[in-house]
Design a protein. Structure first.
Length: 480
């Protein structure tokens, strides 16, 4: 494959957005990112993206996702033929002489797959075409250019726009996708002959087909297996529709690979999410970024994991996690929040209404209830009492707390960092721990209890509390 040229210069005004159209994202990638990823499956010698509107943003994004991509600038949007010419000129200016096949794709077709592009390229080579059009048969072809074929040879004789089509041509359901495979030299020569004497005053890439056909070259077609692949995105309604279709495709692939998705209609995943067989995903779950679920991991319902690893046999319910690692057999939730740097060891627990950040929790250790653990290391087989807070911030800097292995800390503890709780230690409920606790010690850091008897009767006379107290202290009548 000599080159792939991606057309991404348009403004996309119908998106009504300050974000360039091709940078809008679905399922964890920008529209242009999906197209570049599919194009890379052809293993082209050169991949050129033609940019125009908001080119600095688009070029910056491309440099992040694929530094090997070349960009060509179409300063004025003078049509698709002109855009392709700008892409080829960029290569020529670098001393690159193309020989072989050039594939042209649109930057707003995120559902296009590498497999379909490979089929297009192989059909192009096998049939000996000068140009091969990727087509699709659609239920309703209204508004699309129709593919007119020679009945005997199957060659494409014309692409007729809907407004120009006759009644018989409008009955054709095979349409033009805007994706083509060309012979590089023939494409270069034909682009120099494209005229602008049309209503838009632009250079149309489709005119190349007529030029090559008139020169005696064969124009063929390859039909996409799924017509949804060629759908272009022009507004946010279409963006949402494409997201749904791509999500369905991703979930179908996951289920066919051995993943149980209880309710695909309420489950959303990114293209970068990976699974092992026998992972289980409950309804209302979103899996985002570089999230991975190992075998027998069970996630959901109503859970969002971003860049998070769920270990084998882990269970995660009603949880939000970002940049976390959940170990084998660990238990998370419900209503937990795992922030970046959280690392839960095997068979550990982050329970109901627990928030963690930059915290390493050892094997078998538990933070069961209503606690905040930030900037901390917890050893193995330790239990953190309910309503505990790791006080890590002094107003200027964050500090670290270390709790050893086999510790038992009481409920409503405050661990004021920096502080270390030694292995095998206990802390009393209600304690504010400000000093290191030696291994095997009991730390008690709370004031002595003092009961002031009769206070309610003196200070709240006649109140319901006073009456209840009086009733409770009266001597019961003896049975005489």
């Amino acid at each position: 494959m000599a080159a792939v040229v991606v057309l991404a210069a348009g403004e996309g005004t119908r998106m009504k957005s300050t974000t360039p159209k091709v940078l809008h994202a679905i399922c964890g990638r920008s529209l242009i990112g999906h197209v570049v990823a599919a194009s890379r499956e052809l293993d082209p010698e050169h991949l050129v993206v033609v940019v125009g509107h908001a080119r600095d943003q688009v070029q910056g994004h491309l440099a992040e996702i694929d530094p090997q991509v070349r960009t060509a600038v179409q300063h004025q949007q003078n049509g698709t033929g002109h855009a392709v010419r700008m892409g080829l000129d960029e290569l020529r200016a670098s001393g690159i002489a193309l020989a072989g096949t050039v594939v042209v794709v649109c930057g707003d077709t995120p559902l296009l797959t590498g497999q379909t592009l490979r089929t297009l390229a192989s059909t192009h080579a096998a049939d000996g075409n000068a140009v091969t059009v990727l087509t699709a048969e659609v239920p309703d072809a209204t508004g699309y250019g129709r593919i007119v074929r020679d009945q005997a040879s199957g060659a494409v004789t014309a692409i007729v726009e809907h407004k120009d089509a006759s009644d018989s041509e409008r009955a054709i359901r095979e349409i033009n996708s805007g994706v083509f495979a060309f012979d590089a030299q023939l494409l270069t020569d034909a682009l120099g002959k494209v005229r602008t004497d049309n209503s838009q005053g632009e250079e149309y890439l489709t005119d190349v087909l007529g030029i090559l056909r008139e020169a005696g070259h064969r124009v063929g077609a390859a039909v996409a297996a799924d017509h949804h692949e060629i759908v272009g995105i022009n507004n946010r309604v279409q963006l949402a529709e494409a997201r749904k279709l791509l999500n369905e495709r991703l979930l179908r692939d996951a289920m066919l690979s051995g993943v149980t998705v209880v309710d695909p209609a309420t489950t959303w995943v990114d293209v970068t999410v990976t699974f092992e067989p026998d992972a289980l995903v409950h309804p209302g779950t979103q899996l985002i970024g570089a999230t991975h679920l190992a075998a027998h991991a069970e996630v959901g319902p109503h859970t969002r994991l971003t860049d998070t690893t769920g270990g084998a046999g882990a269970t995660v319910a009603n949880t939000v996690a970002v940049g976390a690692r959940i170990g084998e057999g660990a238990n998370v939730g419900p209503y937990a929040y795992l922030r970046p740097g959280t690392d839960l060891g095997p068979r550990s627990k982050a329970g109901a209404y627990v928030e963690m950040k930059n915290a390493q929790v050892g094997e078998g250790s538990k933070v069961p209830h209503l606690s905040y653990v930030g900037d901390a290391t917890i050893g193995d087989h330790t239990n953190i009492g309910a309503a505990s807070v790791f006080v890590n911030y002094d107003g200027e800097k964050k500090h670290h707390t270390t709790v050893g292995s086999h510790c038992r800390t009481g409920s409503d503890n405050m661990f004021v960092a920096p502080v270390t709780i030694g292995d095998g230690s206990y802390t009393a409920a209600g304690s504010v721990i400000t000093k290191n606790v030696p291994p095997g010690s009991l730390a008690v850091a709370r004031g002595q209890q003092r009961n002031i008897e009769g206070w309610v009767a003196r200070k709240r006379p006649g109140s319901a509390a006073a009456q209840a107290a009086q009733a409770a202290t009266q001597e019961p009548e003896s049975d005489q």
